[in-house]
Write a new protein. Structure first.
Length: 283
């Protein structure tokens, strides 16, 4: 039988794992953003004059140097990773976009960087969700399960993947829009610095900044992964209980969406452990 102490310990471990997962996902996206920043700086150094990077320069047809920048960015972003079918199709679209003018090519680098970071996030998250399911399955039987006794019916998380790509496409669209706005007039060094300033996910949002656009969407990714982790852990727990009912404690981790819409009643309850039935907020 799982004791209250064991259950609370399990919940504490889950909360710590959530933070670790968020940090890993942040690294995927912010590493990609740094590569984007490096290549946009390279375009600035290559084509800007004393007053900055002009619209006439960025609307010129791409040349061999420009195309090499795109290829280098993709190689840096991919590393040793092999693309799956989804990423392969998205990179093909980015490659076509990169054949236009320089502004389109820089936008294609942004788009490809987000697609690659999201593919890394998807792979990491799917493995984590399966692990959460298995751990949930074992939670009532701490001393009776082995690592090889993992349930075989873990779901494929299709809805989760679809929603993850929605956040990806939102970040990509907003970042490309911010880039285009910056390039409509003479882009000077001060504006370039503001555009490419790296801001932590929990940092202050700033206008005309690519990291801000990314971080807004990234907040949604974190909530999505946390919610799905809880659902999978609970599903494994319920399956174990159905197969082998054991006396113990029904418990829950109270979670909010952690956004501006959380009511004043639910806000202080976020991430607290409760035993018994947890009602859904009616506000």
């Amino acid at each position: 039988m799982a004791t209250v102490k064991q259950v609370k310990k399990k919940i504490t471990q889950m909360v710590k794992q959530d933070k670790k997962n968020s940090d890993t996902i942040d690294n995927f996206y912010h590493d990609a953003l740094q590569i984007v920043a490096n290549h946009i700086k390279a375009f600035y150094l290559q084509y800007a004059d004393d007053t900055g990077l002009s619209l006439s320069q960025v609307t010129k047809q791409v040349n061999s140097w420009d195309k090499s920048q795109f290829e280098h960015a993709i190689n840096e972003l991919m590393g040793n990773m092999l693309p799956d079918n989804e990423l392969d199709q998205r990179l093909a679209v980015a490659y076509v976009e990169a054949q236009g003018n320089r502004r389109a090519l820089m936008g294609a680098i942004i788009g490809a960087s987000m697609d690659i970071a999201t593919t890394k996030t998807k792979k990491f998250a799917l493995e984590e969700l399966d692990r959460q399911y298995a751990e949930g399955y074992n939670v009532k039987q701490y001393n009776h399960m082995t690592k090889n006794q993992v349930p075989q019916d873990v779901k494929q998380h299709d809805d989760f993947q679809d929603r993850l790509w929605v956040h990806n496409d939102l970040a990509k669209s907003n970042m490309q829009k911010t880039l285009n706005q910056a390039l409509r007039s003479e882009l000077d060094k001060g504006q370039l610095k503001q555009l490419l300033k790296i801001i932590a996910q929990d940092g202050v949002r700033e206008d005309r900044n690519l990291a801000t656009d990314l971080n807004k969407a990234l907040s949604g990714v974190h909530v999505l992964v946390k919610d799905e982790s809880i659902l999978n852990s609970n599903a494994g727990y319920e399956k174990a209980n159905a197969e082998n009912p054991m006396p113990g404690f029904d418990y829950g981790l109270f979670c909010t969406q952690e956004d501006d819409n959380v009511c004043k009643i639910c806000a202080p309850l976020d991430r607290r452990v409760f035993f018994g039935v947890i009602a859904q907020c009616q506000y």
